[in-house]
Ligand binder design. Sequence first.
Ligand code: 4AD
Length: 460
Amino acid sequence: MKHIDVKDIFSNKDYLGKSVTVCGWVRTARDSKNVAFLALNDGTTLNHLQIVIDKAGGKTLPEQAGKLGASIKVVGTVVENMNNGSPEVNAEEITVLGVCPPDYPLQKKFQKLETLREMPHIRVRTNTFNAVFRVRSIMAASIHRFFQDRGFIYVHTPLITASDCEGAGEMFRVTTQDFADAAKYKTEEEYYADDFFGKKAGLSVSGQLEGEGMAMGMGKIYTFGPSFRAEKSNTLRHVAEFWHVEPEIAFCELPDLIEIAEEMIKYIIKDYMEKCPEELKFFEERFEKGLTEKLKNVVENDFAVVDYTEAIDLLLKADVKFEFPVSWGCDLQSEHERYITEQIYKKPVFLINYPKEIKSFYMKQNPDGKTVAATDLLVPGVGEIIGGSEREADYDKLVAAMDARGMNKADYADYLDLRKFGSVPHSGFGLGFERIIMYATGMANIRDVIFYPRTVGNIR
Ligand code: 4AD
């Protein structure tokens, strides 16, 4: 169906005076004796195109075209609105493509985000979600461009795996075994031996381990795909299926990694500010006052780099009563992370050198014997958006870390090989794609930046 995007009608003055065909959904309708107005949105812009039906001049508004949510095709001439100079279309012909009955759920002008979450397929027709998903698309392209322009190889790591990268027991199981047959087996091993893969398999929590393998031959790689976590935490920033950006870089130590992560965040944010001014203005007005200024500061200023030990000292000195007590060795809770980034530094903070006991087995052990060369990037409002580290490149130290955690080394044979055959210092991180979208848009709930959010008890 040949037609012009509404976005182009707004951005290209050449359409003035020309006859065009536009398609979209009716957002509002006003009908009077001599004239009728429709506000048409086709999803390409937040701007609604006004369609004018000159009834006095003999044009008619088909009854079904005046209903909220109806989809229509309009042929008409683009003219300039006398009052505000915006383009509008004087309709010659209106065709109803799809009628919309009165039980259309978006009858009310403002609906709570909570209500809209109950209808993911319909909420994309609101300005809020229209803006969110356009920004999501722009940011995804931006991430690819950032890495591609710097010579990183885009890698597709397996989503079904037998190894647990983060070791926190948060994997979804993948099985074709029949529940009815379960009683047949005496042990778990027997049960999985009969399963599709002949052993216990799950959905990947991270592409890192395979990504490291690829980087050990290709140099610089990145993955950008879904990761799965069976965490039962019902928070504003966790989903069971999220999109994960994971670069892995050979010949790269922790300070180099931090530099790349900071450059990447600044690049994505700057690109978003340039490409989505309309959406940014919308988020600023509706969701986060000061958003533009916040993002400008991110692009223009250095991020802080703070040692975990120093952060603990600062938290201990803080004049605040935290719900979870702080001491060296503790895993930082969201309230601590937010205090550090929101109250103390008021900008993004790379926390580095965490105690080895609270971090993963693969992280490079520091010479102090107590900490690992890990980093989390914390940002005001959202908390952790990146987790990464330099990797342990020494075979013996890696084996010791795995033994200390009681891990089955046979499951990680390929991973260990990387330390056996020409091991190199290397590093990588994981960026939670939804978390950076939250940060960039001011959306406070992760469920509002992904089309169909998967959370405990929700598989709609
Ligand atoms: O800190 P995480 O667990 O690190 C890893 O998975 C490493 N293997 C990454 C690497 O070094 N290649 O997760 C990385 C990021 C977090 O900082 C967070 O932004 C996001 O992934 N993330 C989630 N986002 C939404 N929902 C969840 N349940 C998430 N879990 C992690």
